[in-house]
Design a protein around this ligand. Structure first.
Ligand code: 5GP
Length: 114
């Protein structure tokens, strides 16, 4: 396929298995795993197998693969409330410069952090 990974990117290393992660769903075009510092239980990240910092850098087919995966993960968490988030640029709170979609379950008040 058209995967494009780079040597020194943290998330490319996660895709290659050079850095361990709790893998969720892997397709030809995307990889998903649990966030190491979750905002709530089940907080997950979906990344294209294409290294680019911002949405505009990523070919459409990779992006098109990501939302069905987000849907699967959202269903699997059992959350009835959740946010899908994708930050572009440091001033928009992006820390890792490889595009990633967050799936963030929103626990009910009673559940606290979940
Ligand atoms: P950003 O702020 O760039 O949108 O989000 C980056 C996310 O990546 C953060 O939620 C952070 O916890 C997560 N993250 C950073 N480094 C690692 C790592 O090595 N492993 C995993 N699983 N998540 C990471």
């Amino acid at each position: 396929n058209l995967a494009k990974l780079t040597a020194n990117c943290l998330f490319c290393k996660i895709i290659r298995g050079q850095i361990p992660s709790k893998k969720l769903v892997e397709t030809d075009l995307t990889f998903s795993f649990l966030d190491i510092n979750p905002l709530s239980r089940g907080h997950s990240l979906i990344i294209p197998k294409y290294c680019g910092a911002k949405l505009a850098d990523i070919p459409d087919e990779f992006l098109a693969d990501a939302m069905p995966v987000a849907k699967k993960i959202a269903i699997a968490t059992g959350a009835t409330n959740y946010n899908i988030l994708q930050n572009n640029g440091a001033e928009a709170h992006q820390e890792v410069m490889h595009v990633h979609f967050h799936v963030i379950p929103k626990p009910s008040e009673e559940e606290g952090l979940g």
